[in-house]
Design a protein around this ligand. Structure first.
Ligand SMILES: Nc1nc2c(ncn2[C@@H]2O[C@H](COP(=O)(O)OP(=O)(O)OP(=O)(O)O)[C@@H](O)[C@H]2O)c(=O)[nH]1
Length: 512
């Protein structure tokens, strides 16, 4: 099957397959690198989200522990001056020890300041209108409450309120204990993450309120994210599914980012670390472009040189074919020349040269094997007259016809040879043949020509006839020569002519 196609075909297939494989391999590598890049992106954002959630949880927990302590103290020890002084001292120490804490506050059931970590009570402020205050007044639960971020009335800084309800002895609402966390504390921590120039991180309440976003925008802090893709995506999840990631359009700038989200363990908040898809894939695109250019150039070079190679192979194959053809033509011409060199042009019989060579070979062979060698010399009678009467061309025709007949009637054993000996004389060499056998051949030929009855007005016999002299010899080394056989046949021919022609005469055995 493979032989049906040329080497140039396979060379072309090879070069094409190499080029296509290179390109295919590069495409596959690029796709693989892209998915690797996205996986890396997911790992990175998930790690950032984990660190953010842990930090937020720990930060709020530390403040909440202080709140629980103060609530427990006031509810058991009351609110007289001594107790409040101790509480105030405790608060001041806590604020000093916890860098995230801006302040600790206790409000009574009307929102008035009872005690705080600063030790200064500004009765001009009332916090009864704050979201966290209203929440505790309306909810009896004793757990911590993380409120919406607000600008502190006392410091003017963005703060995150964490609060607990204070109960009177009868269980009715007795006020609020509040810890304010510095939003900047979170920001500083978030700034330490490298999420790229177009990345973002956020801390969001489960209610959809944005607590903080980095890059920071004070306009957006405390705003609602309920309409964002992130919140809508997160809100429908539950349990372990709340930790995960997804490509989402940003609510803030429309950028598509890979958002890794994760809930805080103890508080109703979640974090999101988002990396820009474009930014992450930018490097991949650059690498892919550079490599693809290299691969295309390489494939083009291979294709170019491959084509040249294929052309060379084709040229070589063509040259070889042309050489083969030329050699075949030359061999054929040589064979023709050889044949022509050994053949008589008029009769198609072997010529004198071939006769001499064959005679020499057969003579030697007969000498070696002690065989008999017979020779018949045939001559057309009155041929000169035929030429004179009918013309030379007609004479040629007679020679051709006679030769054809002689060839047909001559035995075809190996070594038998019919040759134009010269002029109108034809010789037949019959190795390993005795005198009777050779005579029979000569007689058969003579008779056949006679039966042709070719008119010959120049001959007393009236038609074309032949005369033959037949001779045989068993050659012995040092005694006989090949010419002796020819001479003997020639003499017998002369006898046949003298005896009236149209006959076969036998030569006496050649003397030892
Ligand atoms: N047409 C033709 N004639 C040839 C050719 N070769 C020899 N001859 C002629 O053959 C003739 C031979 O004549 P001779 O040797 O005198 O003998 P002959 O006429 O055949 O008479 P006998 O042999 O005595 O019967 C010559 O006239 C040659 O010119 C040839 O190729 N073609």
């Amino acid at each position: 099957m493979f032989k049906r196609y040329s080497i140039t075909f396979w060379a072309t297939v090879f070069v094409t397959v190499v080029c296509l494989s290179l390109v295919a391999l590069d495409v596959w590598r690029s796709i693989d690198a892209r998915s690797g890049q996205l996986q890396e992106m997911e790992r990175l954002s998930a790690n950032v989200a984990r660190a953010m959630a842990q930090q937020a949880d720990d930060t709020i927990k530390a403040a909440d522990t202080s709140l629980a302590d103060i609530v427990e103290r006031i509810e058991t020890e009351g609110q007289d001056g001594k107790v409040l002084a101790r509480v105030q001292k405790q608060m001041a120490v806590q604020v000093e020890n916890l860098p995230q804490l801006v302040g600790l506050f206790v409000y009574d059931e009307r929102g008035r300041w009872v005690v705080n970590s600063r030790g200064v009570l500004n009765q001009a402020y009332n916090n009864a209108d704050r979201e966290y205050f209203i929440y505790h007044r309306n909810h009896a639960d004793r757990g911590p409450h993380v409120g919406n971020p607000v600008i502190s009335r006392s410091t003017g800084k963005w703060i995150m309120p964490v609060s607990r309800r204070l109960n009177r002895a009868d269980g009715s609402f007795g006020g609020v204990v509040l810890a304010t966390l510095d939003i900047d504390y979170f920001r500083r921590f978030y700034q330490s993450f490298d999420v790229g120039a177009r990345g973002a991180v956020a801390l969001v309440a489960n209610t959809g309120v944005l607590m903080l976003r980095q890059p920071f925008d004070s306009e957006r802090v405390g705003g609602s994210m309920r309409d964002s893709e992130l919140f809508r995506h997160y809100a429908v999840l539950s349990g372990a599914a709340r930790t995960g990631s997804a490509f989402l359009h940003s609510f803030h700038d429309g950028e598509v980012r890979l958002n890794s989200y994760r809930p805080l363990e103890h508080y109703p908040l979640f974090v999101s670390a988002a990396l820009s898809r474009e930014e992450m894939l930018e490097r991949w695109r650059r690498d892919t472009f550079t490599r693809s250019v290299g691969v295309v150039v390489l494939a083009a070079l291979i294709g170019f040189f491959g084509k040249r190679l294929v052309d060379q192979i084709r040229l070589r194959a063509q040259t070889e074919a042309a050489l083969r053809e030329a050699r075949d033509a030359l061999e054929s011409a040589n064979r023709t020349l050889e044949r022509q060199a050994m053949q008589d042009g008029l009769t198609g019989l072997a010529n004198r040269r071939q006769f001499d060579v064959t005679l020499g070979n057969e003579f030697s062979r007969a000498t070696r094997h002690a065989d008999t060698l017979a020779f018949i010399m045939i001559d057309v009678d009155y041929f000169k007259q035929y030429n004179d009467v009918y013309g030379h061309s007609a004479g040629d025709e007679v020679l051709r016809a006679v030769s054809k007949l002689i060839r047909a009637l001559t035995p075809k054993r190996p070594g038998d040879l019919t040759a134009r000996y010269g002029g109108e004389e034809i010789g037949i060499l019959l190795p390993n043949t005795d005198i009777e056998g050779a005579q029979a051949v000569a007689e058969r030929i003579r008779l056949a020509v006679e039966q042709l009855q070719m008119p010959h007005s120049g001959s007393p016999l009236g038609q074309v006839t032949l005369s033959s002299g037949v001779a045989t010899m068993s050659p012995k080394r040092g005694v006989h020569a090949a010419s002796m056989l020819v001479e003997a046949a020639d003499k017998a021919l002369y006898v046949a002519k003298s005896a009236g022609r149209n006959r076969v005469c036998l030569a006496p055995p050649v003397d030892d």
